[in-house]
Write a protein that binds this ligand. Sequence first.
Ligand code: CO
Length: 154
Amino acid sequence: MIREILQFGDPILREKSTEVTEFGKELHELLDDMYETMIDAEGIGLAAPQVGVLKRIVVIDIDDGKIELINPVITAMWGKQFEEEGCLSLVGKKGIVRRPMHVRVKAQNRFGKPVKYHGKELLARAFCHEIDHLNGILYEDKVIEWVEEEEDCE
Ligand code: CO
């Protein structure tokens, strides 16, 4: 089921999410809905607070398979990259953000089992961006320079 994505200005996006402790049907439905919602919106990542659920849950797909992160923690980061970034909660905007080139993440999967990932380039960026959402941080807080979007002719 596609859920509504909260937009910039909604105070929920600024709250800190809490740890997931139940790995049952409700979580699995939420994960499935988040993925469907993200794909429908043509995004590459979505965090639970963006659909109004203040839990530490992230889905990512950079066109390289679905990644589900429950209670993710960044355990290492190194290097740097400066690229354009966008967000499904700030539609129509893009800005340059500094991120690490490499990120290691530990998390749990939908069954509560520990998982580890190493993200490079776009995936490292996605890990950082989505985990920021769980702490009420939006990428606009970190934008070095906004990128002009072409205006639609109406
Ligand atoms: Co976002």
